[in-house]
Design a protein around this ligand. Structure first.
Ligand code: ACO
Length: 436
C-alpha cells in the first residue's frame, strides 16, 4: 500500500484532542483513510452498516468504476475478455494474475478437465435431499461436504492445498450443479467428458441422457461461456466478503466457498436473476407489455415493496457493462434458436426503455444489471429458473477462491471481527420467574 502525501485529521466538537490518520492510495479509485488505530487512540469505533464507505481489504484482482460503468479483471476490460478470451483464460487470469499463453492454457485446461469427476460417494450424499429441494440448498450442502471428501486439500495455510482445492472447486462445480439438476429431474447423472470444453461439458452433463448423444450447439456453448466470464468476479460484493470473512478464521476452502454460495442465494444478490425472470413471467401472465405502466407504478410506490428486479446496483451508477454484453448474447441465442420474437425478451426491452427514461430511475441512477438479461438467455438454453443462481455460483467460484487466496497471502490479513454500536439493555439482574 502506498502512503498518500496528505493525512486525515479527525477532530471532535467536545474538545477531545484531534487525531491524525494515515491515508493510502490505490493505483486507481478512491484513497482510503486508515482507521485501524482509531479505537486505541480515541476509544471510538466507526459506524458503517452495509460497508457504504469502508474498504475491508486491499485487493489487486478486480476494479470497478461504478460511475463510468467500467469493470476490469486484473486490469483487462470485461468487454475484451468476453469477446477475446474464454472462461478458462479468465480463471487463469483471476487465479494467477496473468492471461495464459498457449502452453500455460493447455496445461491449465488439462488440469481442470482431469478434475471434473467427483467422488462417487457424493451421489449417495446427494440422494439424502428431497427431489424438490432448491438447487442452492443442495449446492450449499454439496460444496460444504467437499471438505469431507477431499481431506488432502483442507489446510488453508498450505499453498499446495490451496492450489489443489482451487482446481477441484473450479473443475467440480459444473459436475455438482448438473448432478443437482439431474437429481431434481429424476434422470441418471451424466459423467463429465474430457473431449469437451468447460461450457460444452457442462451442457453435456445437463442435457445428455444415456439414451442418446447430445450435440453441443456452439452458439449456446459460447453464450454459456460468456455468462461464466461475466460472473467470474466482482470485487468485494456480499458473497465474496462472506468468503473472506469465513476464510479469515482459518477454516478450509470448501467451507468458505460454501458460505459464499449461501450468501449468493439471496434475491438482493445472485438470486436476482431468478427473481427477475419470475417478475417478467408474472407481468407476462398479467397481460404483458400492456401492463408495464401499471407495474412501473407499483415499483415507484414505496409502500408496495415491489422492485424492478435486475435493476440497480450498489456500485454501478451507470449501465452495468455486463448487462450490455448479456443483452448482446441474449439476441444471439434467441436468433440461433429461432426465438427472435420471445415475448419475455420483448417485455424486458420495453421495461428497460421505460425505466431508462423515467425520472424515478434517472434520479436514483438505476440501470439494468447483469441479471436483467441473463435469465432470458438461460431460459432459452433450457436451464430451469431454479438453477440460475447455482450457475452464477459455479461461475463465481473462481473469483471467491482468487480473493480467498489473495487474503491468505496478504501480510495485513487478520481474522475479520467487526465491532458494534450497542443499543440493547444495559446490565440488569435476572428477576425471579414470578416477577417477569
Ligand atoms: N427498483 C426500484 N427501486 C429501486 C431499485 C429497484 N430495483 N433499486 C434501488 N431502488 C431505489 C431504492 O428504493 C432507493 O430509493 P430511495 O432513495 O427513494 O429510498 C434507491 O433506489 C437506492 O437504492 P438502495 O436500495 O438504497 O441501494 P443499495 O445499494 O442498497 O441496493 C440493490 C442495491 C440491492 C442491488 C438494489 O438496487 C436492488 O434491490 N435491486 C434489485 C435486485 C437486483 O437486481 N439485485 C442484483 C444485484 S447485481 C448482482 O448481485 C449480480
Amino acid at each position: 500500500m502506498k502512503l498518500a502525501d496528505n493525512k486525515a485529521t479527525l477532530s471532535f466538537s467536545n474538545g477531545s484532542p484531534s487525531v491524525e490518520l494515515p491515508v493510502y492510495q490505490g493505483n486507481v479509485g478512491p484513497d482510503v483513510v486508515d482507521i485501524r488505530k482509531l479505537y486505541a487512540q480515541t476509544g471510538m469505533f466507526t459506524y458503517d452498516p452495509g460497508f457504504l464507505s469502508t474498504a475491508a481489504c486491499q485487493s489487486a484482482i478486480t476494479y470497478i468504476d461504478g460511475d463510468k460503468g467500467e469493470l476490469l479483471y486484473r486490469g483487462y476490460p470485461i468487454e475484451q475478455l468476453a469477446t477475446q478470451c474464454d472462461y478458462l483464460d479468465t480463471c487463469h487470469l483471476l487465479l494467477y494474475g496473468n492471461l495464459p499463453n498457449a502452453e500455460a492454457k493447455a496445461k491449465f485446461t488439462k488440469t481442470v478437465t482431469y478434475h471434473t469427476m467427483v467422488n462417487e460417494q457424493m451421489q449417495f450424499f446427494l440422494r439424502g435431499f428431497r427431489r424438490d429441494a432448491h438447487p442452492m440448498a443442495i449446492m450449499t450442502g454439496l460444496v460444504g461436504a467437499m471438505s469431507a471428501f477431499y481431506h488432502d486439500s483442507t489446510d488453508i495455510n498450505n499453498p499446495e492445498h490451496r492450489e489443489i482445492s482451487a482446481i477441484r472447486l473450479i473443475a467440480k462445480m459444473p459436475t455438482l450443479v448438473a448432478m443437482a439438476y439431474k437429481y431434481s429431474a429424476g434422470q441418471p447423472y451424466v459423467y463429465p467428458r474430457n473431449d469437451l470444453s468447460y461450457a460444452g461439458n457442462f451442457l453435456h452433463m445437463m442435457f445428455a441422457t444415456p439414451c442418446e448423444e447430445y450435440k453441443v450447439n456452439p452458439v449456446i456453448e459460447r453464450a454459456l461461456d460468456r455468462i461464466f466470464i461475466l460472473h467470474a468476479d466482482h470485487e468485494q460484493n456480499a458473497s465474496t466478503s462472506t468468503v473472506r470473512l469465513c476464510g479469515s478464521s482459518g477454516t478450509n476452502p470448501f467451507a468458505a466457498i460454501a458460505a459464499g454460495v449461501a450468501c449468493l442465494w439471496g434475491p438482493a444478490h445472485g438470486g436476482a436473476n431468478e427473481a427477475c425472470l419470475t417478475m417478467l413471467e408474472d407481468i407476462q401472465r398479467m397481460g404483458g407489455i400492456s401492463k408495464v405502466g401499471e407495474f412501473m407504478n407499483q415499483v415507484k410506490d414505496k409502500s408496495s415493496n415491489v422492485k424492478l428486479m435486475g435493476f440497480g446496483h450498489r456500485v454501478y451508477k451507470n449501465y452495468d457493462p455486463r448487462a450490455k454484453l448479456m443483452q448482446e448474447t441474449c439476441k444471439e441465442v434467441l436468433t440461433a434458436l429461432g426465438l427472435e420474437n420471445d415475448p419475455l425478451f420483448k417485455l424486458a426491452m420495453s421495461l428497460e426503455k421505460i425505466a431508462l427514461e423515467d425520472d424515478y430511475f434517472v434520479q436514483r441512477k438505476l440501470y439494468p444489471n447483469v441479471d436483467f438479461y441473463s435469465g432470458i438467455v438461460q431460459r432459452a438454453i433450457g436451464i430451469p429458473v431454479s438453477l440460475f443462481t447455482a450457475i452464477f455460483a459455479l461461475a463465481r467460484t473462481v473469483g471467491w477462491i482468487a480473493q480467498l487466496n489473495e487474503m491468505i497471502g496478504d501480510p495485513e490479513y487478520k481474522i475479520g471481527r467487526p465491532r458494534q454500536l450497542f443499543t440493547g439493555s444495559v446490565k440488569r439482574d435476572v428477576p425471579p420467574v414470578g416477577a417477569r
